[in-house]
Write a protein that binds this ligand. Structure first.
Ligand SMILES: C[S@@+](CC[C@H](N)C(=O)[O-])C[C@H]1O[C@@H](n2cnc3c(N)ncnc32)[C@H](O)[C@@H]1O
Length: 231
């Protein structure tokens, strides 16, 4: 049965795209790549470029907005578009950075497809926090430890709420909230506070946040911080 394929393409390095994802991308007739004003498009497009010819790619623009109605309109329209292509007998795929189950626009599309009763399948990808933890060799959990993934809270108390409860916390979607993380590090002095920017991509940067001298206040869109209070 022809199903829409939602493919996680990993954190950036094309060699971190799974074998299954490559097969499905090669089999697809049309590949949708989300384009956002934060530069997400060029990243996803570049990751898949060794595997997909340009003619198969369709860019779908999504503004970075919290306007729920506007987003709903756009995702409903996209769900209709991909469904029509699928129903015409073509194989259609939608790609997303990392894995589709984690902070992904693919979830919005999936929601609209579910509403329409349209069959679709997710192909897992390597999530960015896993790739970045490997880059800096920071174990996420050992033995009976636990870890958390979170967006950056708006204040240092919010950060304590995670770091005090979990052995390791990976903070994603940092952007302009890097100063909150820096303030936390300065005030509470955790054992480990490492920032990975553009992990596995051109311009990759690793910063030890416990040495805050000269750290720029905006980490950029593609950045993750790993914080461990203790050893
Ligand atoms: C919209 S979420 C997408 C997450 C993605 N679905 C995943 O599984 O990693 C975007 C956030 O993922 C993180 N991210 C994605 N790729 C990254 C990379 N190559 N290096 C560092 N962080 C990355 C950043 O925290 C960024 O703000």
């Amino acid at each position: 049965m022809n199903k829409i394929k939602i493919i996680g393409v990993g954190p950036g390095d094309p060699e971190l795209v799974t074998v299954k994802a490559v097969r499905v991308l090669r089999e697809a007739d049309v590949v949708y790549v989300p384009e956002s004003d934060a530069g997400g498009r060029s990243v996803a497009e570049k990751i898949i470029s060794p595997y997909v010819s340009k003619e198969k790619i369709r860019l779908s623009y999504f503004p970075m907005t919290n306007d729920e109605e506007e987003l709903d309109r756009r995702y409903v329209a996209l769900a209709e578009e991909v469904t029509d292509i699928m129903l015409s007998g073509k194989k259609v795929a939608y790609v997303t950075l990392g894995d589709g189950m984690l902070y992904s626009t693919a979830l919005y599309l999936s929601e609209r497809l579910k509403r329409k009763g349209v069959c679709h399948e997710f192909i897992p990808g390597i999530p960015s926090y896993v790739a970045c933890a490997n880059l800096i060799q920071i174990p996420l959990a050992e033995k009976r430890e636990c870890f958390a993934i979170a967006g950056v809270p708006e204040n240092t108390e919010g950060i304590c709420g995670f770091v005090d409860r979990f052995n390791t916390v990976a903070f994603m979607k940092i952007s302009k909230r890097l100063p909150v993380l820096l303030e936390y590090v300065k005030k509470y002095k955790p054992k480990t506070a490492m920032l990975v920017c553009r992990g596995t991509l051109d311009g990759e940067k690793i910063v030890d946040l416990t040495q805050t001298e000269g750290v720029e206040p905006d980490a950029g869109y593609l950045a993750i911080a790993f914080i461990k209070k203790g050893d």
